[in-house]
Write a protein that binds this ligand. Structure first.
Ligand SMILES: N[C@@H](CCC(=O)N[C@@H](CS)C(=O)NCC(=O)O)C(=O)O
Length: 244
């Protein structure tokens, strides 16, 4: 078994952010598939998994040698960065770290809403109401404006001239909506954000972590079946195994 286990599925946005950082930093890991929201064996709400991550969400990491486990994507990212000295992604300066942390906190009720548009398409069974979807669209529009007109107005990346953990977390949410993938959002009125999305697509690991989305393709007109979604996830899983 690897020194580091990542629990989750490749299609999950916060899992994508963690796995991307690991690929970028060439840090070996093994992924164990966990079905989000399910309480049966292998599900994120099963007691065995809750013992590792009380919140019952993916991702969670485990270091088998010590049995240490940790949930929450952003806590995982900052933990791994500090543990392995990824000072390009998470600089030592307390002020720079503080700004990255601030973005990672900001992300949750704002940029994270991008996933709602995908969920509403791929999880018809959850019956997201029109009101909920409208509320999410408003939050996303507000967050995209903040990124475009504040964060990215004077710099190539969210917090300077190179990508940090903040960019990986943000891009793992935002890129999924772009025309190259699900095509669920029009970014044309956000020039800085559009330029940033193009730069992020050049960051090592981007193609691998987006394999499930590339497999899924444009879902703006037609929602994919659960079988198509499962196949996309398995393509991503296979790619991660092959890259390890
Ligand atoms: N705040 C968590 C959110 C993680 C999250 O929402 N994961 C989803 C999958 S993308 C999940 O596990 N959902 C299952 C559930 O909530 O039961 C993080 O950033 O790690």
């Amino acid at each position: 078994m690897s020194d580091l286990v990542v629990y989750g599925v490749p299609f999950s946005q916060p899992v994508r952010a963690v796995v991307w950082a690991l690929l970028l930093k060439e840090q070996p890991f093994e992924m164990i598939l966990i079905n989000p929201g399910h309480s049966g064996e292998g599900g994120s709400r099963h007691p065995d998994y809750l013992a590792k991550n009380p919140g019952g969400t993916i991702p969670c990491i485990e270091e088998p040698e010590t049995g240490f486990t940790l949930g929450e994507a952003h806590a995982i990212l900052t933990y791994l960065a500090q543990k392995h000295g990824w000072t390009d992604l998470y600089p030592e300066s307390l002020q720079e770290r503080g700004r990255i942390d601030a973005y990672l906190h900001y992300h949750h009720r704002n940029v994270r809403e991008c996933s709602m548009l995908v969920a509403a398409k791929v999880r018809k069974d959850l019956n997201f109401s029109a009101d909920m979807q409208e509320q999410s669209r408003r939050s996303i529009a507000g967050a995209m404006k903040v990124l475009d007109q504040q964060y990215l107005a004077g710099s190539d990346y969210l917090l300077g001239d190179q990508p940090t953990l903040a960019d990986l977390a943000a891009c793992a949410e935002i890129a999924q909506l772009s025309p190259s993938f699900t095509n669920l959002y029009d970014f044309s009125s956000f020039p800085n954000l559009s330029r940033w999305l193009e730069s992020m697509a050049q960051v090592s690991g981007y193609d691998t972590v987006h394999i499930p989305l590339a497999t899924l393709g444009d879902i703006s007109e037609q929602a994919p079946s659960i079988e198509v979604l499962k196949a996309a996830n398995m393509q991503g899983f296979k790619a991660l195994k092959d890259s390890g």
